[in-house]
Design a protein around this ligand. Structure first.
Ligand code: OGA
Ligand code: MN
Length: 360
């Protein structure tokens, strides 16, 4: 794994581009009411798009959202592009949640590990992903929250460690952030898979990956999360997923994340033979071979040719991504950062791979 400090603060493909796009690049879809500006196009592979023309001042009509093969619909655009960006939506928490509810029957509920009263937003369906403390000050270097945020700076997919994983994340910016320097990065795991040699694809076909929250916490911040307790581990046991899966765009993809701890059957002592209740991360398990393969694949997927950096411009900007067909990461906090108030809602996956696979 590359160290967090060595990861780029911005990748060569940026959104918006400089100078800003001309209208020729705009791919109008539907009846002209929605405009789609693709971010990365190669042949018939598309990844990321800015969508204009949604009227956010009212609830979004069902016929605009609708899950159907009709390319006029937002869900069909999401299936194709994996990451959709909307600028200056003007949404507040309530309407952010209401729109998210149109995208799936169940939203993830925040467990508020540090207590709901200690959460600046304090709404069950939202995660405070900002760099702001309860009293409005910026997160202090080396505080627990600072360390926690380091996990977001690693390439990941949200919630792959839940027994029932999540499909969509919708991150909305509030207030009037200072411009300049805030990016979220996205990697196209579908195109990265398609570019692997056929022989490699075959070798990986049956691979099962163990995803463990405690693993990525320890990777992001070894000082604080070195050894989760037996109780913590029991609260959040690992989940198991096929590495290669059919993505919502109909092609194969790799389901990977910093939460990926182990390739089932690859290391000297298979997961199924361990007494996991008595083990904690880093206490002598040998996962060297698994980690080497996992990070080789993550590094393959996150080469600049598969990645773009979305810049946060104004309050109301929102990005909606599909965790099943891309990875993402934040930039780590810095001592000279300004406030960024971003809040995330998350839709639970109800598709065929939602619960992953049983361990052999
Ligand atoms: C998230 C996340 C990235 C960012 O909210 O899940 O990873 O830039 N956010 O804040
Ligand atoms: Mn995330």
């Amino acid at each position: 794994m590359k160290s967090i400090e060595s990861l780029p603060l911005v990748y060569p493909t940026r959104w918006p581009t400089e100078p800003s796009l001309t209208d020729e690049c705009v791919d109008f879809v539907g009846n002209g009411s929605l405009q789609v500006l693709p971010i990365m196009l190669r042949g018939d592979h598309a990844f990321g798009a800015e969508v204009r023309g949604v009227d956010w001042s009212h609830p979004v009509p069902e016929e605009v959202v609708q899950q159907s093969a009709d390319s006029h619909k937002l869900v069909a655009l999401q299936d194709e592009y994996a990451v959709l960006i909307f600028r200056s939506t003007g949404l507040d928490d309530t309407r952010h949640i209401a729109f998210t509810q149109q995208l799936g029957s169940q939203l993830e509920v925040n467990p508020f590990y540090a207590g709901k009263h200690n959460d600046r937003v304090g709404i069950d369906e939202l995660w405070d992903v900002s760099n702001i403390e309860l009293d409005g000050s910026l997160v202090k270097p080396n505080s627990r929250r600072w360390h926690h945020s380091l996990g977001n700076a690693l390439w990941h997919t949200d919630s792959s460690y839940h027994q029932q994983r999540s499909k969509y994340s919708l991150l909305l910016s509030h207030g009037n952030p200072k411009r300049g320097g805030f990016y979220t990065h996205f990697a196209d795991t579908r195109r990265a898979y398609a570019d692997l040699p056929a022989e490699r694809q075959q070798q990986l076909a049956e691979t099962i990956v163990e995803h463990d929250l405690w693993h990525s916490r320890a990777l992001g911040s070894p000082t604080i999360y070195k050894s989760p307790t037996v109780e913590e581990r029991a609260k959040k046991p690992p989940a198991y997923h096929q590495l290669v899966q059919r993505a919502p765009n109909g092609r194969d993809t790799m389901y990977l994340a910093a939460h990926a701890k182990r390739i089932v059957g690859l290391d000297p002592e298979p997961a199924s033979k361990r007494d996991s209740a008595t083990k904690s991360a880093g206490d002598g398990e040998d996962i060297t071979a698994s980690q080497a393969l996992i990070w080789e694949l993550i590094e393959h997927c996150t080469q600049p040719e598969y990645v773009f950096s979305m810049e946060w411009l104004d309050g109301g900007d929102m990005v909606w991504w599909d965790n099943r067909q891309c990875m993402h990461r934040a930039n780590p906090y810095t001592t000279d950062m300004s406030a960024r108030d971003v809040r995330r809602s998350t839709v639970v996956d109800d598709g065929p791979n939602a619960w992953g696979v049983r361990t052999p």
